[in-house]
Design a protein around this ligand. Structure first.
Ligand code: SF4
Length: 417
């Protein structure tokens, strides 16, 4: 049994918003996480687990100002400004993995949120309405990759009575436009420093530390990526996708750096077992509550060797100009701009990782991802990579048809032999 299920089973019958605000609860979580019975597959996972438990506990116990963000908002800025980053989309994934998402999605539905909207955000809004999330002091959203966060954060800002800012990313990539984005980031950082009660001097020092940790993490991440290009590297995509939370939420922290350093070292130590597998790329994210689809891949000798969201997409940050280089990090992301940019990025990944096929998981309600699926499929087919598109939902298990998926998956894998 995993840690999340263990906690759920212990607390299910007395789960209330107050549970998460109790120090005893967090001590129990910490004890369970450290127990020898909880053995993460990789040493690095222990580091990320303890980081997220600590950050989430501190957010609920309000040990520093809490800032909600969506996945493209650089955690370096929040950590470097003395605040606690909280990524509600990641919280939705945890709620889904505990099998509790339907209850909160239904609550959002009762409030009038359309079932056409992304279930990550419906789940989060349901949790917020029931008082289960740590109260934010500020909400910061980037207007990419989709409108979900700017819109649901606007609702949450009213609900909690706190400010909400949206970073507007310019598309030209010109230095002048990056400066405009950098200025918006600097304003956000100033607001967070004021919340954290830090002066500009302390802020500069902390930001420099965050930038330096982020650069070290990036170097280690590149080592992980090189290892994964080799035949049958032992890290499988179903586990690697858990690293999305590390990539989004802990860059700029010591633990984010440690996570990638340990992962690179362990991959190098364990080495590679040799070839012979079907190499696959996974696009969009996985269903967080289901394992069956990955078991089917394993049974057929297939391995996810790369995933859309687990790669470094930026260059090292400049400690002299942190905001400008963070602006370049955001504006340079393949999810910013037209869908063709995403398609080109995925085709490049497929080539670099020598994949035999690719799976596009059509998460219900995700316009940016599902809307571009045919374009992505065409780009991959052009370079000889067959694509399977499957419909489902990352968060709402009621939209997941295991039998149907397995049949289509098996037929696809057979065709790749
Ligand atoms: S899954 Fe799609 S719609 Fe939902 S938050 Fe992510 S990008 Fe936006």
């Amino acid at each position: 049994m995993g840690l999340v299920e263990d906690i759920r089973d212990r607390y299910l019958d007395r789960l209330s918003p107050a549970t998460f605000r109790s120090r005893l609860f967090w001590r129990t979580v910490d004890t369970l996480a450290r127990s020898p019975l909880n053995r993460p597959q990789w040493k690095a996972d222990r580091v990320s687990l303890s980081y997220f438990i600590r950050a989430t506990r501190d957010a609920y116990l309000r040990r520093a100002p809490v800032v909600w963000s969506n996945l493209l908002f650089p955690s370096e800025i929040i950590i470097g400004s003395g605040c606690i980053p909280f990524y509600p989309e990641m919280a939705a994934a945890v709620v889904a993995s505990a099998g509790l998402a339907p209850r909160f999605i239904d609550r959002a539905g009762e409030e009038g949120f359309s079932s056409d909207a992304c279930s990550y955000h419906r789940c989060v809004l349901g949790c917020a309405l029931e008082g289960f999330l740590p109260e934010p002091d500020l909400l910061l959203a980037v207007n990419y990759p989709c409108d979900s966060a700017p819109l649901s954060f606007s609702f949450a800002a009213d609900l909690y009575g706190v400010p909400h800012r949206v970073l507007d990313v310019p598309l030209s990539g010109e230095e002048e436009d990056l400066e405009i984005l950098a200025e918006q980031m600097e304003e956000c950082a100033a607001a967070m420093l004021s919340l954290a009660g830090m002066d500009a001097g302390e802020g500069r020092k902390k930001m420099a530390e965050a930038v330096s940790f982020s650069n070290l993490a990036l170097r280690a991440m590149r080592r992980v990526e090189e290892m994964r290009k080799r035949d049958d590297c032992t890290l499988d995509g179903k586990d690697a996708m858990g690293g999305v939370s590390v990539l989004a939420g802990s860059m700029g922290s010591r633990e984010g750096t440690e996570y990638y350093r340990l992962l690179a070292e362990e991959l190098e130590e364990r080495g590679c077992a040799g070839g012979g597998t079907i190499r696959l790329m996974w696009m969009h994210l996985k269903p967080w509550y289901a394992q069956g689809i990955f078991d089917a891949l394993e049974r057929h000798g297939a391995r996810l060797v790369c995933e859309e969201y687990t790669h470094a997409t930026w260059e090292e940050l400049d400690p002299e100009r942190p905001f400008l280089s963070l602006a370049a990090k955001v504006a340079g992301h393949f999810l910013v701009g037209p869908a063709e940019r995403r398609a080109r990025h995925l085709a490049r990944l497929a080539r670099d990782y020598r994949v035999h096929g690719a799976i596009h998981y059509n998460h219900w309600g995700c316009r940016q991802s599902c809307g571009g699926a045919m374009l992505v499929k065409a780009a991959l087919q052009e370079i000889g990579v067959p694509v399977l598109t499957i419909d489902g939902d990352c968060v709402d298990e009621r939209e997941y048809q295991e039998g149907q998926l397995s049949t289509r998956l098996e037929a696809f894998l057979e065709s790749l032999r």
